[in-house]
Design a protein around this ligand. Structure first.
Ligand code: ATP
Ligand code: MG
Length: 649
């Protein structure tokens, strides 16, 4: 099996999937030629309180205005819960798998969840939280995180979920930025057997940052039972407050364009942005993409391993699946605790049909060899997914062959916090797969590849990826900073949304994300996505992970600097350096051979597991003073160790 192999749609899937190849083409063409008609029909999948008559009013120029289903009203939590009660009230909505396999799991039905969300909504109201107020959610991966999101939606409050792994400073900054009135947290989180002091972090954020003085309520979920301080008047226990209120709370009638949530980007390219999403358009898009990209069918168990602190957790653990009446598995723990079989054992335990994870997890597990996977059955699996970074063909093939036993298609889904949902991805019944390609655009999505001057390129091409037309799930603004919104996304190339990603379109019209535009290097006049060089390195049997950046080179303009993490048990040496150089030469060509190669036991990653190449670039450039915002880094100690071992020219 080689990376250039094409994996056709399995015949059974072509016949049974929601969308097959012919239907894709027909609907895709229609979605572009008649967006009003297409999205007008698709919007009907939600329950509207007042039906919309205007579908689309969008402009990517001037002040940039994006409005979908503008005159319709709805409530997002009613769409995720209430409307399922008659048909599937007793079906499991959230299947919760705890950090330790020894702890009992929980199965919460739609009816139970409805009661929980209503109670919490009433608690928020009793504490004075009103429509339009911001609520910061700082919770571990427990069902209460989903309840909290939906309780906000129920009363029209805007949630801002902050990943539970973030520091007090990062939390304070996010509370301050959106001016939230209320924080929902828990005594502690639990990850890989270790407690995370969430309440203590929240206390520290609130006591040391004057700008957070507007927080009047901290609601604390009892999770581990760990001891915490409670500030009288401000801090209240979640369970005690919920016991005082009714289990019924009428949903607030919201306009489609009322904000649903703010979510900060992961910060891999700079200071995080407070991305603001709408209610109606966002939910239409999250629900539709969830159903079609994962080919979700009623009754199936679907598992997305993302944290609710990331957009993937918002759209594909909570909103999309629940709007579709799915059973969504939520996992508290980490892939390697108690051992590297954890994911696969949980798949067997809950008979998971659809599994969606990130390349960083796949590469980490691949490093442990096949046996932790092959010791499990995974017979229930039907479809696999990937998101977050380009997936190297090597990791794709391993995921397909070992995890999926060669029978499960992989949907490599390209999208961003800003896009609200998946924009480029296979529909598994419609597209043949090429390892490493996100394949084709979703309905209504019009990708345009432009050169550095902004000239659109036709046919086979490589350049910067823009999107020419709006789609309902698109972000509406950066919270409190519309100017930065317009500047960041709509000023580089006039009239188009600029993604910041580089991309190649091949002869079959397939899209290959080559990484951030900033990560494209120009070696002696040859433009190269660093992802390509990384994939070649990772394809070597001794290499587990690689990150490649450019650095100023006197002769070539830019040189290639590679950071390489080896497989468990391998040692770095000059001989291996030479071997890897030879390998890259064979795989891509002499132009791609790294000028400098550093063996690195760890790479700097965001909390969501993305490699922060901008830091690696600074190290390669010998510019340690300007590392920029590293507040979202998972392990800051990695940076010093990389600096200490930097390769010299
Ligand atoms: P920031 O914008 O603050 O730098 P970020 O871009 O890492 O943070 P996200 O919105 O979580 O924050 O990530 C979106 C980016 O992740 C995309 O722009 C792309 O670079 C990368 N990405 C996501 N999915 C894929 C995929 N399937 N293939 C390739 N790249 C992907
Ligand atoms: Mg980004």
């Amino acid at each position: 099996m080689t990376a250039s192999e094409i994996f056709p749609v399995p015949a059974e899937l072509a016949a049974s999937a929601h969308v097959n190849a012919a239907r894709y083409q027909e609907l895709y063409d229609r979605s572009l030629s008649d967006p009003e008609g297409y999205w007008g029909e698709v919007g009907q999948r939600l329950d509207w309180i007042k039906p919309y008559t205007e579908v689309k009013s969008t402009s990517f120029s001037g002040d940039v205005k994006i409005r979908w289903y503008e005159d319709g009203t709805l409530n997002v939590s009613a769409n995720c819960l209430d409307r399922h009660l008659a048909t599937r009230g007793d079906q499991v909505a959230i299947l919760w798998e705890p950090d330790s396999p020894e702890t009992p799991h929980r199965a919460i039905t739609y009816r139970e969840m409805h009661g929980e969300v209503c109670r919490l909504a009433n608690v928020l109201k009793a504490r004075g939280v009103k429509r339009g107020d911001r609520v910061t959610i700082y919770l571990p991966m427990i069902p209460e995180a989903a309840y909290a999101m939906l309780a906000c939606a129920r009363i029209g409050a805007v949630h801002s979920v902050v990943f539970g792994g973030f520091s007090p400073e990062a939390l304070a900054g996010r509370i301050e930025d959106c001016g939230s009135a209320c924080v929902i947290t828990s005594d502690e989180g639990l990850r890989g057997g270790k407690p995370v002091p969430l309440k203590a972090n929240a206390d520290q954020a609130l006591s040391t940052h004057a700008a957070t003085a507007h927080v009047h309520t901290v609601l604390v979920v009892r999770h581990t039972g760990g001891k915490v301080e409670m500030t009288p008047g401000r801090d209240v226990w979640y369970d005690e407050e919920c016991a005082k209120v009714a289990a019924d709370c009428p949903p607030e009638e919201m306009s489609a364009e009322d904000p649903l949530f703010i979510l900060y980007t992961s910060g891999s390219t700079g200071k995080p942005k407070g991305v603001l999403h709408s209610s109606g358009g966002y939910l239409v898009y999250a629900a539709l993409t969830h159903e079609l990209v994962f080919d979700y069918r009623p009754g199936e168990v679907y598992w997305c391993t993302a944290d609710v602190g990331w957009v993937t957790g918002h759209s594909y653990i909570v909103y999309g699946p629940l709007a579709n009446g799915a059973t969504s598995l939520m996992f508290e723990g980490v892939p390697t605790y108690p051992d590297a079989s954890r994911f696969w054992q949980a798949i067997d335990k809950h008979q998971v049909n659809i599994f969606y994870t990130a390349p960083t997890a796949i590469r980490a597990l691949m490093r442990e060899g096949d046996s932790p996977v092959t010791s499990t059955s995974r017979a229930s699996l039907r479809l696999l997914g990937s998101v977050g970074e380009p997936i190297n063909p090597e990791a794709w093939l391993w995921y397909h062959r070992v995890v999926g036993d060669g029978r499960c298609p992989i949907v490599d889904t390209w999208w961003q916090t800003e896009t609200g949902g998946i924009l480029i991805s296979p529909l598994p019944g419609a597209m043949a797969l090429k390892p490493g390609s996100a394949t084709k655009p979703f309905f209504g999505i019009k990708p345009v590849i432009v050169d550095a001057e902004g000239v659109p390129l036709e046919g086979e091409a490589e350049g910067n990826l823009c999107i020419a037309e709006s789609w309902p799930g698109q972000m509406r603004t950066i919270y409190g900073d519309h100017k930065r919104f317009v500047e960041t996304y709509f000023s580089t190339y006039k009239g188009m949304y600029f993604t910041g990603d580089g991309c190649r379109r091949d002869a079959d019209g397939y899209y290959w994300i080559t990484g951030r535009v900033d990560d494209v290097v120009n070696v002696s006049g040859h433009r190269m996505g660093t992802a390509e060089v990384e994939s070649a390195l990772v394809a070597h049997p001794k290499v587990a992970e690689a990150a490649v950046v450019g650095y100023p080179h006197d002769i070539k303009g830019q040189g290639i600097y590679a950071y390489v993490t080896l497989m468990e048990g391998e040692e770095g040496s000059d001989a291996l350096r030479a071997e890897l150089a030879k390998w890259v030469r064979q795989e891509i060509g002499p132009i791609a051979v790294p000028d400098l190669l550093q063996f690195a036991p760890g790479l700097p990653k965001t909390r969501s597991g993305k490699i922060m190449r901008r830091i690696l670039r600074k190290i390669a450039e010998n510019d340690y003073a300007n590392l920029g915002d590293i507040s979202t880094l998972a392990d800051p100690a990695v940076v010093q160790s990389l600096i200490d071992n930097r390769q010299n020219r």
